[in-house]
Write a protein that binds this ligand. Structure first.
Ligand SMILES: *Cc1c(COP(=O)(O)O)cnc(C)c1O
Length: 415
């Protein structure tokens, strides 16, 4: 078992020389993922949530090297698609939760096949968020364990785009859950759990209060059902401090508050963090292409953009940026807008940043990029996706190759 680490790894804690060497060796833009930190994060979660069952929400980072590291720790995998489920199985996870959000028919076919003919002993539960999804599974002859995703009517998170708990898209309306539960049980299916997820990036006091409200409503619902459950899963969403001045969550107190809010319960409590496991284990390295003084700011053009790291453009997310230039201390600081190479106004990684006078060729590092970074990379503007390097102790290995220009068109058929 891995030892626990500090509550957060700050961008300043990364060794500049190591990162510079990786940028030299592999080129940029480059994601770097430290597997040792991933293990520490799992150990930290385990120390706080020792009574709960923990699953990693794989959508935060599905790079094989990362999934294997997490699978080896023995926690479960929470998957949102057939593709994620397949990757989790291939990486060695044995405890799998598939949370079907408006599941396409092809996904259900794949999952039902996997349940009927698993490559090894798997503990697989399918969570349905609509009566319709249950019917679609029944039609396919699925007879394994089921859970119901509940819309608790309470949401939380760092941005409206990631607040799920009160969005009608997600889960069975709270008041209709017991009816669906009775239907599932009376038709001979094995209903083993309830599930809800408030949203992502729960960090502020108001988010934590909303999360406790969700947990307490779920506890009530579980007690009201006249059916015994194995588990009550209260979702993921644990936030991390993106700004250097933000404090990390106190996991022990979040865990204690969660236990208290759920109340008396026979079922096991479950959580499924994604971001918390991988965010501070990853950085993005990028090279300065152009430096342009303007009347408003100095625009620092870099080779990573919204197609490499979408969060700033999509969620107005803040990611700390630091220069790796060895002589940074001797440079005069400027206020900079760090912008990518994509032809979109939104393609900015950071505004109003104080940086030691950037120069063409400098390598910058962008912090907390391990979650929803590589995972959301795209080919917009015909930009090849970046490479990913996996660090473990002193060793580094290429985990995902850099996409090439010719690979951009590999699926196209000449007419
Ligand atoms: C995205 C998601 C998670 C993980 O969210 P994080 O903010 O990364 O912890 C957990 N559960 C469900 C159902 C999700 O959709």
């Amino acid at each position: 078992m891995t030892t626990e680490g500090p509550p957060i790894r700050r961008l300043a804690d990364w060794d500049a020389a190591t990162l510079r060497d990786l940028a030299d060796g592999h080129g940029t833009p480059l994601y770097v993922l430290d597997q040792r930190r991933v293990r520490e994060n799992v150990a930290n979660l385990r120390a706080a949530f020792h009574e709960e069952s923990i699953s990693y929400a794989v959508k935060a980072n599905t790079v094989r090297a990362t999934l294997e590291t997490i699978a080896e720790t023995g926690i479960g995998a929470e998957c949102a698609s057939a593709g994620e489920l397949q990757r989790a199985v291939d990486a060695g996870f044995d405890r799998l939760r598939y949370t079907a959000v408006n599941p396409p028919a092809g996904d259900l076919d794949h999952v039902v096949d996997l349940a009927a003919d698993p490559p090894r002993d798997l503990d697989l539960v399918i969570t349905v968020g609509a009566a319709d999804a249950f019917e679609a599974l029944a039609e396919r002859g699925y007879d394994g364990p089921l859970a119901i995703r509940v819309n608790p009517g309470v949401g939380a998170g760092h941005h409206a785009k990631v607040t799920t708990g009160d969005a009608p898209k997600f889960g069975v309306p709270y008041d209709r859950v017991s009816e669906l539960a009775s239907e599932i049980v009376s038709r001979g299916f094995d209903l083993v759990g309830l599930h809800a997820h408030a949203g992502s990036g729960i960090h502020e006091a108001s988010d934590l209060a909303a999360h406790r409200e969700l947990v307490s409503r779920m506890g009530e619902l579980a007690r009201e059902l006249d059916h015994d459950l194995d588990f009550l899963n209260v979702g993921g969403g644990l936030g991390i401090p993106y700004r250097p001045t933000d404090e990390p969550l106190d996991l022990d107190s979040v865990a204690a508050a969660t236990r208290e809010a759920v109340g008396e319960l026979d079922a096991r409590l479950g959580i499924e963090p994604g971001r918390y496991v991988v965010a501070d284990a990853g950085v993005l390295l990028t090279t300065v292409n152009t430096v342009k003084p303007t009347p408003e700011t100095t625009v620092v053009g870099v080779d990573a953009g919204m197609t490499t790291l979408l969060r700033p453009a999509m969620y107005d997310a803040y990611h700390e940026i630091r220069t790796l230039a060895p002589d940074a201390d001797e440079r005069e600081s400027v206020t900079a807008t760090v912008a990518g190479p994509i032809c979109e106004t939104a393609d900015v990684l950071g505004r109003g940043r104080e940086l030691p006078g950037p120069e063409r060729g400098d390598v910058l590092t962008i912090g907390n990029a391990g979650a929803y970074g590589y995972e959301m990379a795209s080919n917009y503007n015909s930009r090849p996706r970046p490479a990913v390097v996996s660090l473990d102790g002193g060793e580094s290995r290429l985990a995902v190759e850099r996409e090439t220009l010719s690979e951009l068109t590999r699926l196209e058929i000449e007419q």
